[in-house]
Design a protein around this ligand. Structure first.
Ligand code: MLT
Length: 407
């Protein structure tokens, strides 16, 4: 008898953004004439940088001739891209990361979801609340939790993030083994200072724990004092894995390219206490289950690091950050407390009411899609998240409609 992994039965009916898309489609079907502005899922709307397009075209042409054609590439990514990543994203910022510690992939969603496979099922996992749902759901699938009760899974250690701690989780009272951190944060847009991140690195070192640091929104940081990478902190190489993505940075949500950094010193332990390098384990998993990102896409990603590419990426980010500032200011003017939008493309708004009710109100009355905070965890129940990923014209239009409904 073929039996299922019953951990899947513990999951909520559908993935958050799939659920929202379904509701929006149903609304649109009933109101075909209503124009809807989407500020829900963080999906970019502006075209890829020209430098990336030119590099991709050139790479596609290479695939058209036998002498320059490429078949399987290295599973970990081509050296031309890994070397640029190590130099520009880390070494130039004073973080000691080598090219062979970079694993190119097709997305931070997959990477953050897959990494937990390397670890035992009976470890204690600490998850901020609110949180990007992929971290929770993949641990549920793996069997690290009990059932879902009172909006939380038994067995996880939740780290509440709210106004009281400026949306930066405090160290847990009980001992944990695996810690998920995301900064600039999705969904709240909050940031972490170096001294705060240092506490987590020290905690992980003292407790033989591991931090999975999701830095997918690093490119949106405007404040020079904030850390861009956990490896700017001393001692982080032993206790942290970092995730990055070109999705939001350079408009690659549909093109797919990201990477994970696994330093050679980064370690985990066997049940009898032997230390193992995670690098070798991840390499084994990655090369078994993944055949690499396509050559044209890696060439496009490489072009981000050219002078032209850097200028074009900056223009994209500046555009989205202009939207974020406008959204934040407008909601503050309407009397709402907000966080985010200053070093992040997300604004987290305390709606002071049920988040799904707020979502329904904005959709039905204003034709604007947001993300209800409850979808990110119990602590998000009275919040909504507004994404800055759209044109300024649409953001202005959405805000005008929201002002109409709320004032
Ligand atoms: C989000 O809206 O939180 C993100 O777009 C989801 C993702 O990157 O997978």
């Amino acid at each position: 008898m073929i039996r299922i992994n019953e951990n899947f039965l513990k999951l909520q009916a559908s993935y958050l953004f799939a659920n929202i898309a379904k509701r929006v489609d149903a609304f649109q079907a009933q109101h075909a004439d209503k124009s809807i502005i989407r500020l829900g899922i963080g999906d970019v709307t502006r075209a890829l940088p020209q430098a990336c397009i030119a590099a991709m075209h050139k790479a596609v042409d290479e695939m058209a001739t036998d002498s320059t054609f490429r078949g399987y590439g290295p599973e970990q990514g081509y050296a031309f891209l890994r070397e640029k990543v190590a130099l520009h994203d880390f070494q130039n910022r004073g973080a000691r990361i080598e090219a062979d510690e970079i694993f190119i992939s097709d997305g931070a969603k997959c990477d953050t979801g897959n990494m937990q496979e390397l670890f035992a099922t009976d470890i204690r996992v600490a998850i901020p609340d609110p949180v990007y749902p992929v971290y929770v759901d993949t641990n549920v699938m793996a069997g690290r939790t009990g059932g879902f009760q009172d909006d939380r899974y038994d067995g996880l250690v939740y780290l509440p993030c709210d106004e009281n701690n400026n949306y930066v989780p405090q160290l847990p009272e009980e001992r944990v083994d695996l810690i998920y951190l995301c900064f600039p944060n999705n969904p709240t847009g909050a940031t972490i200072r170096k001294d705060q991140l240092k506490e987590w690195v020290e905690y992980a070192r003292a407790n033989k724990a591991l931090i999975l640091f999701d830095a997918a929104y690093e490119a949106f940081i405007q404040d020079d004092e904030l850390p861009h990478s956990i490896y700017e902190l001393e001692g982080a190489r032993e206790v942290a894995i970092e995730f990055r993505s070109y999705s939001k940075t350079a408009g690659f949500t549909g093109t797919r390219c990201a990477y994970v950094v696994v330093p050679k010193e980064c370690r985990a332990f066997t049940s009898d206490g032997r230390e193992m390098a995670i690098h070798g384990l991840w390499n084994r998993r990655h090369s078994t289950k993944f055949n690499g990102v396509s050559y044209p896409v890696q060439r496009a990603a490489e072009a981000i690091y050219s002078d032209e590419g850097q200028a074009q990426v900056k223009a994209l980010i500046d555009g989205y950050m202009k939207n974020a500032a406008y959204i934040r200011q407008s909601f503050q003017d309407l009397g709402f407390d907000c966080v985010g939008g200053e070093n992040s493309p997300y604004v987290w708004i305390n709606g002071r009411r049920d988040s799904w009710a707020f979502f329904d109100l904005l959709l039905s009355e204003a034709g604007v899609v947001c993300t209800p905070g409850a979808g990110f965890g119990k602590c998000g129940q009275h919040y909504i998240r507004i994404s800055a990923f759209n044109s300024f014209e649409n953001v202005e239009k959405a805000i005008a409609r929201i002002q109409n409904v709320l004032s």
